[in-house]
Write a protein that binds this ligand. Sequence first.
Ligand code: PGA
Length: 247
Amino acid sequence: MKYFIGNWKMFGVPKSINILNKINSFYSKDKNRKKYGVIITPPYTLIESYAKFFKNKKIYIGSQNCYQKDQFSSNTAAISPYMISKVGAKYTLVGHSDNRDEGDTNEMLKNKVQFALKNNLKVVFCIGENKKEKKNKKTFSVLRNQILKVLEKKFNKNKIIVAYEPIWSIGTGKIPTRVELEKTTTFIKKVLRSIFKKKSPAVLYGGSVDGKNIEMFKKIKEIDGFLIGGASKSSKKFIDIIKNYYR
Ligand code: PGA
């Protein structure tokens, strides 16, 4: 099973559902549809209406983040996994580099993962090194640390997806080489297997994925799918990625 996850970031109003409609009509006719799942993470403001609309379809809605507490709290503007799941989301991203930049610590991320799982949300846990860390050949140690400080054996690995998103690649058009990405994905799966034994959770790649470079990414069999930012805001670009992947 492969995943194509569209991360809308700060984009979208109610009528942007047209984009999802087009993706859904492509998906429902696609002969390859049994081989992959589509998840879209719109901003919080749209989760409820989109989730309702797609309730009986195969497109799932997720949130881009969640608060580190379980249910309700006195933190202004915070939104908990409980609240997210109650409006129909099935997934949440945790640990996107934008949120790590804003101060998400490993301890906070661990709480987010734990409470998201407790509230029946599947977790897309994002990891990735920055430009300086890559230059100083610290990629593996950074990734190992990001994984081991947050994920625990007691978490249900079937409900966790890991998205490797090198920070220097997000929104820049720069992507790792095939060899680099093969090595990194294999490494990530090895670290995940050290926690979860035998089978690793799915590992996705994210960072400047588009309809052209997917031709290279699809050759890497270890990659279980993609977290797509910019290109997910256009139905055509998002569909092109899927079409070219299965071509
Ligand atoms: P991008 O974003 O595809 O625009 O690089 C990916 C992400 O941040 O999830």
